[in-house]
Design a protein around this ligand. Sequence first.
Ligand SMILES: Cc1cc2nc3c(=O)[nH]c(=O)nc-3n(C[C@H](O)[C@H](O)[C@H](O)COP(=O)(O)O)c2cc1C
Length: 200
Amino acid sequence: MEFQDLLCQRRSIYSIEAELPISCQRLTELIRTSLCQCPSAFNSQSGRIMLLIGTEHRKLWQMILDMVAPLTPASQLSKTQDKISSYAAGFGTILFFNDSQVTRELQDRFPLYKDNFSVWAEHSQGMLQFIVWSSLAENGIGASLQHYNPLIDTQLKQEFAIPDSWQLSAQMPFGKIVDKADPKTFIPVAERFKFSGCEQ
Ligand SMILES: Cc1cc2nc3c(=O)[nH]c(=O)nc-3n(C[C@H](O)[C@H](O)[C@H](O)COP(=O)(O)O)c2cc1C
């Protein structure tokens, strides 16, 4: 697939089920390559991933439901339950983290850039999420990006033995695509893009 076509194919897919068009081994290869090839400031490689599939994936979403439900107004509860069930219906979830230890070490080594390192770690994290999301899309796998952090951080670390320095950034439930995404709307690109100096 052409890269520009892949950009259009990657969408937030919410209607997913617990199957995959590729093997688990291929899935883990995609994630390993994404982790290795993702750009990062000073090649610091601060992004971390935990992949949960099957029962572990369902345990995650049950844990999230148990934490979110008591905080949800009664009028919203059934909508929230449906949303969380739709993520649980997928094949797995990719958990994205930044390793704060990496940022701390860089801050000590390069005091001149001290204030930049956490920002750059977030930039790299966004790239990592995009690379993984696009790699899934290229292989016909639907995914969306969710943020139940920081609410779930402490319990997640306990339940899934996550190292202390890993800071949760996002949760990406994925699976076989049941329904495609609705067409996307765009604000006029002319409002977002200026250019000068090149031939037309
Ligand atoms: C930083 C960031 C945070 C997002 N957070 C959420 C989220 O919490 N829940 C969600 O359903 N989608 C989330 N999204 C997905 C966006 O809503 C989605 O990318 C956008 O509406 C464009 O749709 P598309 O992904 O189909 O192109 C997030 C996307 C980004 C880049």
